[in-house]
Ligand binder design. Structure first.
Ligand SMILES: *Cc1c(COP(=O)(O)O)cnc(C)c1O
Length: 229
């Protein structure tokens, strides 16, 4: 799968060019390679091309893969996280992108406290209003935000969204823009040392729009590894 390594390098360069064109520092944008469904053998060439951050969404698939892979990788959790799987994720994933409500944040906080670690998370926002999407809506997060950031052993690094499932790029852009504006609004409620820095948005079809709108993490699967079966 040398192709995947080339894809990774090309997308990285494309992101760098797009960032510079919009007055952004490319170094502040992480290209997270979404490796779900792919065995380590297919992921390794992308690691060889310099990628050190991969995203997974199924626990029984991710844990053996992580055990097999080199230690210098940051693994991110991007999938739905069931409460009974939280304990398994704590201490394994560098960042959990998909905290979809207050109850899940509380559970992560509780388990992290038990294990004596801090867990870094993003709050998943349903910016499109699509019923299939997880995460609270903007105004729902605003209601519980103070409670979430006060939870012990939980560090809220930012927000995550999935763009709407449409072809109109302006509709997608509006969704990413609303995530950025929500981050700014919520940061206004936080002291300086607790400011959130991350916006995880953009996938294979829309990562450049996301970079233009301020993404700090783009999550690209098919664009790197090809279509999933
Ligand atoms: C699968 C997945 C991606 C990657 O999607 P592609 O279209 O393959 O780039 C990104 N984010 C989440 C949450 C996913 O589940």
């Amino acid at each position: 799968m040398i192709q995947a390594a080339d894809n990774y390098s090309n997308i990285r360069q494309e992101i760098d060019r797009c960032a510079k064109k919009h007055g952004r520092d490319p170094k502040e944008i992480l290209l997270l390679a979404i490796s779900k469904t792919h065995p380590w053998g297919r992921i390794e060439p992308v690691y060889g091309a310099g990628c050190r951050a991969f995203g997974e969404s199924k626990m029984q698939e991710a844990l053996p893969k992580i055990a097999e892979a080199p230690q210098d990788i940051s693994w991110h959790w991007i999938g739905t996280l069931q409460k009974n799987k939280v304990r398994k994720a704590i201490g394994v994933f560098a960042l959990i992108h998909s905290v979809e409500d207050l109850a899940l944040a509380q559970k992560i906080s509780e388990c992290s406290k038990e294990k004596g670690v801090e867990t870094h998370v993003l709050l998943e926002v349903n910016t499109s209003g699509e019923a299939t999407k997880h995460g609270l809506k903007e105004e729902e997060w605003q209601e519980v935000f103070q409670e979430v950031v006060a939870l012990p052993n939980l560090v809220v690094e930012g927000l995550m969204t999935l763009g709407p499932h449409v072809s109109d790029s302006e509709v997608i852009r509006a969704s990413f823009r609303s995530l950025r504006m929500l981050k700014e609004a919520l940061n206004g409620l936080l002291p300086k040392e607790k400011q959130m820095h991350h916006l995880s948005m953009g996938m294979s079809g829309d990562y450049l729009i996301a970079v233009e709108e301020g993404a700090t993490i783009v999550r690209v699967g098919a664009g790197i590894f090809g279509m999933r079966r």
